[in-house]
Design a protein around this ligand. Structure first.
Ligand SMILES: N[C@@H](CCC(=O)N[C@@H](CS)C(=O)NCC(=O)O)C(=O)O
Length: 205
């Protein structure tokens, strides 16, 4: 398998963490999707990373589909519960964390890919509002649990991978957004996740 991506993308990081947690071998091919000569659309018509090239040459995107596929390849480091309410809870956590990241990526594009006169204050405000609204919902759902998923006894899952990537990206690209002061339980989760080798090895760069 080959993963096409960039070391700064939080969506690519989600897949890299899944590969490490599941101890799956995979080549990494670095791709700058913003470069004029990018060939990403030969693998993903949407022109986005991550994109997974499977051994038979078929390609998979996006990060949610890739991670779900990887989880079927081995019982090691199971990331998604097999079925039922817990499985869909994990997917909802992932949708929330990815949605926060979508807003962050749009904010970043506004700042890096558009000229000053093209930028829209209303659009920026709208995206910032999504980030600001998602964080307290995450904190409320986490409560005093060690990990996102489960009620009394929580356990590490894809939900934590997704939330950890979202919080890590905020620190990486938006250090001015203070999510720590209002949400000490998210800080505790983030610190717990940062002790895992998979998170250490994939720190955004
Ligand atoms: N929903 C997608 C989002 C992927 C995404 O937005 N990737 C960004 C890099 S962080 C990208 O490739 N953007 C290029 C573009 O929008 O043209 C996923 O989960 O994989």
């Amino acid at each position: 398998m080959k993963l096409i991506g960039s070391l700064s993308s939080p969506f690519v990081r989600k897949v890299r963490i899944a590969l490490l947690e599941k101890k799956l071998e995979c080549q990494f091919e670095s791709e700058d999707v913003w470069a004029a000569d990018t060939t990403i659309q030969q693998s993903n018509p949407l022109g986005k990373v991550p994109c997974l090239v499977m051994d038979d040459g078929a390609t998979l995107y996006d990060s949610r589909v890739i991670v779900e596929y990887l989880d079927t390849l081995s019982p090691v480091g199971r990331l998604l519960p097999a079925a039922g309410r817990e499985r869909i809870d994990a997917k909802r956590w992932e949708a929330l964390a990815d949605g926060l990241l979508d807003a962050c990526v749009l904010l970043r594009l506004e700042a890096t890919q558009r000229d000053e006169h093209e930028r829209s204050a209303r659009w920026i405000e709208r995206q910032r509002g999504k980030v600001a609204a998602a964080l307290p919902v995450m904190a409320e759902a986490l409560g005093e649990k060690a990990y996102c998923l489960g009620s009394q006894t929580s356990h590490f899952s894809l939900a934590d991978v997704a939330v950890g990537c979202a919080l890590g990206y905020l620190d990486f690209r938006f250090p001015e957004i203070d999510w720590r002061t209002p949400h000490p339980n998210l800080v505790r989760l983030h610190e717990r996740l940062l002790q895992r080798q998979s998170f250490i090895d994939t720190a955004p760069a």
